[in-house]
Design a protein around this ligand. Structure first.
Ligand code: ADP
Ligand code: ZN
Length: 748
């Protein structure tokens, strides 16, 4: 028999598809099966992607070393999805596969479990426990038992499958007590393999609610959405519901219907911190058939969850971006909650958008996608208006709760009154004070970390720059020390006492971030319980969840944070939201900055007044008349959309056209520009799109590399991709120095 050739992807980012031969007589494995292959001097586990015709290559094709599976390990529809991602985003198959699989997904041959000791009653133990229950008053069940041992028997009586030793020890039952019970023949001990439980970091406060009566708007939405599920064909619905309109309840009811029809449910959420809350709600309603997948889990946890899904033990998967690749069989419903959230876009290769991959996955699976948001992206809303998506609207908060009252404070006036350095306006201070008096909570948002934006020498105007990036260092406090830190590469150094350029001792801090806001709130309200969440405070695993749980338990009066606090949390006692410097984002050289600002303000205002008391939002801004701010105040999405889409059309920006961003790196700036010009000129030979640039990237230097960039703009992504591929094939040496971003969200 002839050798057959197969195409194999190995999860090594730099590697493309590899071709191997399968010796005659050995069966060709199915797509998605693992194979062990030689790669240079190494031996790697890869995934079979398909059979290929006799290859016309200069090099000799090596045979595979061995087959791991004779069934697909990665489900074939997920393999197909990764191939689509790799093609659409111009990313290598190795990188794409690595993004789609759990850590060590290919190397682990068997499922790894944690083992625990489990105690269970024996027949004699059941007797003893029953006698104990019957004679609890006189308490003489036979053998002399200590208090702990009696407690253990009582607990175990209620658990026919036994209880894990760690769970017992949490209740004060030591292993000595268990050993004694075992020696009396009352209990047996066994070892069980259990999945590590990712819910141990979950917010336990989220009160699990049972099904309840749907509101009239929810019913109408469900009447539109249910038939789309029953049809069993591909469809996309945009659920545009104001904050607090009860979108989660709709997701859960749809999920229930899909599970009952025997298909799976995949739900994507933007933030790791939100996953436990949503997961806890779903768990409360659907029990243990829910799995959770996100990058905040430990490798072991992710691995366990991946295998649980793969074994078909769950029918609901909740997770962040990468969960879109979960090995869930036969998904019938894919939910993308907060579809406008930028964390759905991966900012390294493959630069995929979780929402768009979800839509493709649904297309392959004949499933319904529900995109939910109070502030849909211009892209999704345009698709809905054009009839590509079904638009479902929730205009009101549940139980007729009003939206928050939003007002704008002009910071020009505050500065005129109180000086340049004012952080908290008088109306905001008064409002926080009222909340403290009434025992209600406040959220204060500033979308900028650190204490000060920079330090500047008052004599020569020099600032503290990052040596690796073209950016000034942000100033953070560290006890009584001041440190400058780069938010791109994490370079850090103490702020010098004197200027490094002119030696003058006048280093002044300018601008402010969340650390400063925290200090100001503590100063104004010394007895308030204050906490801060931003990327600096949440480095520690679980700390964000812990802080949010404290807010839920009302152990925090004022929570300060970056956009993290604007997302989906549902805290009924928050009645005030303050926004400091609402215009932070408006100055950025990014055509989406208006949209981002509008989304952020509307979302954060939506955190106020979700309980029985009415909410208020106070927005501080230097640009109080900007439409992104005034329309967020009136929470008028449609007016914002109509204004913004005109600007995008005039300027030919997405969604009017599609864009591809190409960044070229070099050792020097000239080097980067030269390479970018070469590549751009090759691409210019093709037609069907506009090419802008090359020009210095807004961050001309990043992590020690110089950067130039150019954009492709056009209506046909395939033509742009092919032009780039062609250009790259003519300049193969540049392949390692570029990053391609299809549908970029960031222009940096
Ligand atoms: P959204 O995601 O649209 O901002 P949520 O799903 O968080 O809104 O719902 C807002 C609040 O309303 C939550 O506290 C939720 O428990 C409650 N809620 C949702 N639906 C109902 C309902 N039908 N009856 C009563 N309360 C509801
Ligand atoms: Zn840096």
């Amino acid at each position: 028999m002839r050798d057959r050739l197969i195409s194999v992807a190995v999860p090594v980012p730099a590697l493309g598809l590899l071709t191997y031969s399968i010796p005659g007589g050995v069966p060709v494995p199915p797509i998605g099966a693992r194979v062990i292959v030689p790669v240079g001097p190494r031996t790697l586990t890869g995934v079979m992607l398909g059979e290929v015709a006799a290859a016309d290559t200069a090099y000799t094709i090596k045979p595979i070393k061995s087959l791991v599976d004779n069934l697909a390990f990665v489900p074939s529809d997920v393999v197909r999805l990764t191939q689509w991602v790799s093609e659409y985003y111009l990313a290598g198959p190795g990188a794409t596969l690595a993004a789609a699989l759990p850590p060590h997904g290919l190397t682990a041959r068997t499922d790894r479990f944690k083992t625990v000791r489990v105690a269970a009653l024996t027949a004699a133990g059941i007797d003893a426990a029953e006698r104990l229950a019957a004679h609890s008053a006189c308490a003489d069940p036979g053998p002399k038992l200590g208090k702990r041992q009696v407690e253990a028997l009582t607990l175990l009586k209620g658990a026919p499958d036994g209880l894990a030793a760690p769970a017992l020890s949490e209740r004060g039952i030591t292993s000595a007590a268990l050993i004694r019970l075992k020696s009396l023949g009352l209990i047996a001990m066994r070892h069980d393999r259990v999945d590590r439980d990712p819910f141990e970091h979950a917010v336990s406060e989220s009160n699990p609610q049972g099904p309840r009566e749907a509101t009239a708007e929810q019913r109408r939405a469900l009447d539109t959405l249910r038939p789309l599920i029953e049809a069993g064909s591909f469809a996309v619905a945009l659920l545009h519901g104001v904050t607090g309109s009860g979108k989660t309840e709709i997701y859960m009811r749809l999920a229930d219907a899909v599970r009952k029809s025997g298909r799976g449910v995949l739900m994507l959420v933007p933030e790791i911190a939100l996953t436990p809350q949503v997961a806890a709600l779903f768990r409360a309603r659907f029990g243990t058939a829910v799995a959770i997948q996100h990058s905040g889990l430990s490798d072991g946890e992710r691995h366990d969850q991946w295998h649980r899904i793969r074994r078909g033990e769950v029918d609901v998967v909740i997770g962040t971006r990468s969960a879109v690749f979960a090995p869930l069989a036969n998904p019938g419903l894919i939910i993308v909650d907060e579809e406008h959230d930028t964390s759905y876009k991966q900012d390294e290769t493959p630069r995929y958008h979780g929402r768009d991959v979800a839509i493709m996955r649904a297309k392959f699976a004949n499933a319904l996608v529900v995109l939910g948001s109070a502030t849909p992206t211009l892209e999704s809303y345009t698709n809905a208006l054009e009839g590509k998506y079904t638009l479902v609207v929730l205009n009101k908060r549940v139980l007729d709760r009003p939206l928050a009252d939003v007002s704008v404070v002009s910071m020009r006036e505050e500065i005129a009154e109180a000086g340049d350095d004012v952080v908290l306006s008088r109306p905001l201070i008064a409002a926080i004070g009222e909340r403290l008096d009434r025992g209600e909570q406040s959220l204060i948002l500033l979308n900028r970390r650190g204490f000060a934006t920079a330090v500047i020498c008052r004599q020569c105007s020099a600032t503290l720059e990052c040596p690796n990036c073209s950016i000034t260092l942000t100033i953070h406090t560290h006890g009584s020390h001041w440190n400058g830190r780069c938010h791109y590469c994490n370079f850090m150094k103490p702020v010098p006492k004197v200027c490094e350029k002119c030696a003058a001792p006048y280093m002044e801090r300018v601008g402010f971030g969340t650390e400063r806001v925290e200090a100001e709130v503590r100063k104004a309200f010394p007895s308030a319980r204050v906490a801060r969440v931003d990327r600096d405070t949440v480095r520690r695993k679980g700390s964000l969840v812990q802080t949010l749980a404290k807010v839920a338990r009302k152990e925090i009066d004022v929570l300060i944070g970056t956009q993290m606090i604007a997302k989906g949390h549902d805290f009924p006692d928050v009645t005030l939201v303050g926004v400091i410097s609402a215009d932070v984002g408006l100055g950025l050289a990014d055509f989406r900055s208006n949209e981002r600002t509008f989304q952020l303000l509307t979302q954060v205002a939506g955190r106020a007044g979700r309980g029985e008391r009415r909410g208020e939002a106070i927005i501080q801004s230097l640009l109080p008349k900007h439409y992104a701010i005034t329309l967020a105040c009136t929470q008028d999405y449609r007016a914002f959309y109509d204004t913004e889409i005109k600007y995008r059309k005039t300027m030919r920006y997405p969604p009017q056209v599609a864009m591809v961003n190409v960044v070229v790196r070099g050792k020097t700036f000239d080097d980067a520009m030269k390479a970018a010009r070469e590549l751009a000129n090759e691409a210019r030979n093709e037609s069907g799109f506009a090419l802008l640039g090359p020009a210095p990237a807004p961050l001309t230097k990043l992590r020690g590399e110089h950067r130039a960039q150019f954009f492709l703009k056009g209506t046909n992504r395939r033509i742009m991709r092919e032009a780039l591929q062609l250009a790259l094939s003519r300049k193969p040496s540049l392949g390692k120095r570029i990053s391609v971003d299809v549908d970029p969200l960031s222009m940096l």
